[in-house]
Design a protein around this ligand. Structure first.
Ligand code: 13P
Ligand code: SF4
Length: 307
């Protein structure tokens, strides 16, 4: 017998029932599918979600995003059960650097301070002096002294932070494949097509793209900026999932993707069915061994203290 088709309403009802039974909070990144953003208790950027994970009184955190985000929640909230519904959802930039490579880089730069973007594994965070997100990178880097700074792993975010703070930054050679897709030509094309629009890009974009934009902002930075701006049209240079939230919260404003190809496939792996399955089976739990969690938590706590 063919399996009965179950629609979104079926899974939403199931999720609502199970989240109460489990005393669970559902956190979703701003790039998640619209229906996932809609059922989440909070949709936000990496900083917002890590703050919420650190102070939630729920017993279970269901993290709709990619693995490093769920790991961050598990590091800052060790007494909670943290679940990643799409267990294969990973960020390729995270895989660009290993703990061993960071240890070697630190050995080659004695006296340097190591800043790790949250888009790193728990093991790499354990080697950091301090973490940062795209929302607080400038504040975190500016809070450091005049010593050399090792910035891991995003060379574009590192270049942006160096430009904004004037600090001496040596970056790892990583990057986000989704943001790398946005070229200066794409941006110029959309600017010609929509001359009234303000251009907002994510600081993971290439520096020559950032230079063309009116603002470089984290995803939540864009949400706040759009709300407060008197402009009516915006060209959005980040993963296109954010446009759903921007349009929903600002029905009187218009949003155009800077490039149609800015889709992060890993961010789209979470579905309603998988969230319901996660709550039902309590899979897939993120467990960080104590010897990794403790130093990683210190680096994250230093970041949370700066911002
Ligand atoms: P935000 O923290 O700005 O939401 O960015 C996370 C991310 O993965 C960007 O690609
Ligand atoms: Fe990683 Fe880029 Fe996807 Fe963000 S958009 S999760 S940095 S691959």
């Amino acid at each position: 017998m063919p399996e009965e088709f179950k629609d979104d309403a079926y899974y939403i009802e199931k999720i609502n029932q199970l989240r109460k039974e489990r005393n669970a909070v559902i956190l979703a990144h701003n790039y998640q599918r619209p229906e996932i953003q809609d059922i989440a208790d909070l949709a936000g950027d990496s900083l917002d979600l890590s703050r919420r994970a650190a102070k939630t009184d729920a017993d279970v955190v269901v993290f709709c995003g990619v693995r490093f985000m769920a790991e961050t929640a598990a590091i800052v909230s060790p007494q909670k059960k943290v679940l990643l519904p799409a267990k294969e959802a990973d960020c390729p930039m995270v895989r660009a650097v290993s703990r061993q490579a960071v240890i070697e880089m630190k050995r080659q730069h004695p006296g340097a301070t190591t800043v790790c973007y949250v888009n790193t594994s728990a093991e790499v965070k354990a080697e950091a002096d301090i973490c940062c997100t795209s929302a607080n990178v400038v504040k975190v880097v500016a809070s450091l002294g005049d010593e050399e700074i090792l910035f891991i792993p995003d060379k574009h975010l590192g270049a942006y932070a160096a430009h904004k703070t004037g600090k001496n930054i040596c970056s790892w050679d990583g990057f986000c494949p989704t943001h790398f897709l946005l070229s200066p030509e794409d941006v110029k094309h959309q600017m010609e097509k929509y001359p009234e629009a303000e251009v907002l890009v994510h600081p993971e974009c290439r520096f020559e793209v950032i230079e063309l934009a009116h603002q470089a902002l984290s995803t939540n930075g864009m949400v706040t900026y759009v709300k407060e701006s008197s402009a009516k049209e915006f060209i959005i240079g980040t993963e296109n999932g954010l446009i759903y939230r921007l349009a929903k919260e600002n029905p009187d404003k218009k949003f155009y993707p800077a490039s149609e190809s800015m889709i992060c496939p890993n961010m789209k792996l979470t579905t309603l069915e998988r969230v319901a399955h996660s709550l039902e089976t309590m899979e897939y739990e993120i467990v960080i061994p104590d010897e990794v969690r403790q130093p990683a938590q210190e680096a994250l706590n230093r970041m949370l203290a700066v911002t």
